[in-house]
Design a protein around this ligand. Structure first.
Ligand code: NAG
Ligand code: NAG
Ligand code: NAG
Ligand code: NAG
Ligand code: NAG
Ligand code: NAG
Ligand code: CU
Length: 630
């Protein structure tokens, strides 16, 4: 495993100062009791000489002496998911979901991602974006093409540096951020505590959800951006850990239900990962209670829940106590999963399977014996679609630095709207769609090169509801406390949709949601005194099937103290919507803060296929931004 480093390269004083600034800021900030969910341990680790060491940004050659902590190989090949066989499925290490990564907080990791595809680009949003993890120190590793990095060209690899700071233990996932690839190219990423977790459990189990579509990825992508527009079709099935069975299909390999093995009388932490491309689902276990303890990588005050609702990009952990052996009348219980807010309901299952010692001699039941329930579903899940746990998810450890209403410097409304053109359909935020072909090069690259884009103007943005109309970017200054209001509106034909909105870069405080237009005064009544949880993906709900085009119909509000300089995306996590333009780019910090690496050190990042990419004959030259040394 990579050790927290000490740099060997001596730095000039100005560079040293430049690099110390963000750290110093975090240090002071943390000391004052703040930081996004930072714990006391963070403070301790920041003042320890090891983590405070200043690193050089001179690129390092990753030759034969370098060995990454993990490697992921991405291929495109024929594959069968839930009885649906396709010629071209993008897999990580030959499976979907890909292998789970387990990291321990307080360390720096290097993850080598191989693009073994012959004709496709790839980025891995080790979703912060290695999902929700802070990546402030690694500006070109966020995994968002168009915003922060060039994609990895075919038959090349890229080394992602992950600085897993203390206080971030939780459930995440990694996934491709190109086109529709994340429908299958994704995998769990678990950050474990260096010490003991705040809740006691015997073991954990990952429950990753995904969708499967009948159409090929390329047909889906072409249809979504095409004219005439063609919808992807609805999900054919919701998979649990890549497995599922379709009603009416003959059972064969890759068509069995997933089993989640447990033993009697134990406490399990089930880590749910919303890796669905589209589906917003409700789920519950037959005859087993759940206590929610984590949302999006943050521990929350435990809440007993009778069902869980999870959209694309979200993660939740629940504790489940298994039954006593003497109370077991059977050894298999269903996990029932159902879509919400789609034209038709898709229902799927997995099996919670008790491993009983005396059954060790009897072989595990054959997949065919784990058949779908026939007739009435075992559970009746509530039909409700909006408001689940809003104003109820509270930070386990109240954060004294929760930004108060009086500290809010700006309220930025992102009005999202579906434009129905002559045959095409797009999503625009404040009239601006952001699709992969816009911009021509990653935004951060343009800023460094000073060629395609000017630095966004906060003045222009302030005069236009937060978006700078010239650069189509939302700028914010370090130190500001902003409220981001995502406002749903009726489409050009009056339809309304549901959207899981996801932020890279930092976790925000979720201020809740409601119908109509956001009213800060009314909402203050609801949040007053609550120690709200920090999140990175929350739902913009659908409050009506049909409304007047352009009319406000539902909002979601976030509050964020801006601390991490960088170029970050905020987008709907539904892959179809992203492809159709439902993405925004935010520039946090001014020019000095964002472009803080000497240009001569990052040349390799500035061109597509630049020297930061490795291949069979070329070792990559990469900057150790966080200082990770392998
Ligand atoms: C993925 O596959 C590669 C090559 O087969 C292997 O070296 C690597 O360890 C695998 N990664 C994980 C996380 O299992
Ligand atoms: C990969 O990305 C580069 C840079 O944006 C682009 O020029 C190229 O067309 C892309 N290739 C594919 C196969 O999409
Ligand atoms: C779309 O249709 C309208 C009305 O039929 C027409 O005026 C306009 O030019 C069309 N736009 C494009 C881009 O084809
Ligand atoms: C939301 O508001 C609209 C307009 O006032 C109303 O028609 C609709 O029923 C409301 N939805 C819910 C779920 O209350
Ligand atoms: C950015 O902000 C920092 C801190 O306030 C300041 O020192 C610096 O001069 C600013 N840079 C620009 C380009 O405005
Ligand atoms: C490998 O990378 C080097 C340096 O970027 C490049 O010159 C070379 O063409 C690449 N080889 C292949 C097969 O792409
Ligand atoms: Cu959406």
């Amino acid at each position: 495993m990579a050790k927290p480093l000490i740099s060997s390269t001596f730095l000039s004083f100005p560079k040293l100062l430049l690099w110390s600034l963000p750290l110093l800021f975090i240090l002071i900030y943390t000391y004052l009791g703040g930081g996004p969910g930072l714990k006391f341990s963070t403070l301790v680790s920041f003042i320890s000489p090891v983590e405070q060491a200043v690193t050089s940004t001179v690129p390092t050659k990753h030759g034969s002496s370098f060995s990454p902590d993990y490697s992921l190989r991405v291929t495109e090949q024929p594959f069968t998911l839930s009885c649906i066989t396709k010629d071209k499925v993008i897999l990580v290490n030959g499976t979907s979901p890909g292998p789970g990564l387990r990291l321990t907080e307080g360390n720096i990791y290097w993850i080598r991602v191989f693009n073994d595809m012959n004709d496709k680009n790839l980025t891995m949003a080790l979703d912060s974006h290695w999902h929700g993890l802070s990546m402030a120190a690694s500006p070109f590793s966020d995994g968002t093409p168009g915003a922060s990095q060039w994609p990895i060209p075919p038959n090349h690899y890229f080394d992602y540096e992950l600085d897993i700071v203390s206080g971030t233990a939780g459930t995440y996932f990694y996934h491709s951020h190109v086109g529709f690839q994340a429908v299958t190219a994704a995998g769990p990423l678990i950050v474990e505590e260096a010490g003991k977790p705040p809740f006691k459990y015997d073991e954990d189990r990952i429950i990753a959800l995904s969708d499967v579509f009948d159409k090929s990825d390329s047909d889906i992508e072409e249809g979504l951006i095409g004219n005439p527009f063609q919808w992807s079709g609805e999900t054919a099935n919701i998979l649990v850990n890549g497995q599922g069975q379709l009603h009416g299909s003959t059972t064969s390999a890759n068509c069995e239900l997933a089993t989640i093995n447990v033993e009697p009388e134990k406490t399990y932490r089930f880590r749910f990962i919303g890796g669905t491309a589209l589906s917003f689902v409700s789920l519950a276990f037959e005859d087993h209670e759940m206590t929610l303890i984590e949302a999006d990588g943050n521990y929350v005050k435990p809440i007993d829940i009778s069902y869980l609702q999870i959209g694309s990009g979200q993660r939740f952990s629940v504790l489940v106590k298994t039954k006593r052996r003497s109370d077991l009348s059977k050894s298999q219980f269903f996990l029932q999963v159902e879509t919400r807010d789609r034209p038709s309901l898709t229902r799927s299952y997995a099996v919670l399977e008790y491993q009983l010692a005396n059954s060790k001699r009897t072989p595990r039941p054959k997949p065919s014996s784990l058949t779908l329930p026939t007739g009435v579903p075992p559970l009746t899940l509530p039909a409700n679609t909006f408001g689940w746990l809003d104003y109820k998810l509270l930070a386990l450890t109240p954060n004294p630095d929760f930004p108060k209403t009086s500290e809010v410097t700006r309220r930025i409304t992102v009005r999202t709207h579906q434009i129905i053109g002559n045959g095409s359909i797009m999503w625009a935020q404040d009239d601006s769609p952001w699709i992969e072909s816009f911009p021509r090069e990653p935004y951060l690259v343009s800023l460094y090169k000073n060629d395609n884009m000017e630095f966004p103007s906060l003045d222009r943005a302030t005069a236009h509801e937060g978006i700078d109309p010239i650069t189509r970017v939302f700028p914010a200054a370090i130190g500001e406390v902003i409220e981001i209001i995502i406002q749903n509106t009726g489409s050009d034909v009056g339809s309304v949709d549901v959207h899981p909105f996801h932020a890279h870069g930092a976790h925000y405080y979720d201020l809740g949601s409601g119908n109509g237009t956001y009213d800060p005064v009314a909402n203050e009544e609801l949040i007053g005194g609550l120690s709200l949880a920090q999140r990175d993906t929350t739902m913009l709900y659908k409050y009506a099937e049909k409304t007047t085009p352009g009319i406000d119909m539902g909002w979601r509000a976030w509050r964020l103290r801006v601390t991490e300089p960088g170029v970050w995306m905020i987008h709907c996590h539904i892959l179809q919507h992203m492809v159709m333009g439902m993405q925004t780019v935010w520039v946090m910090g001014n020019e000095t803060e964002v472009l803080n690496v000497p240009l001569e050190h990052i040349q390799g990042y500035l061109d597509y296929g630049g020297s930061v990419n490795g291949n069979d004959t070329h070792n990559p030259h990469v900057v150790h931004f966080a200082g990770g040394d392998a």
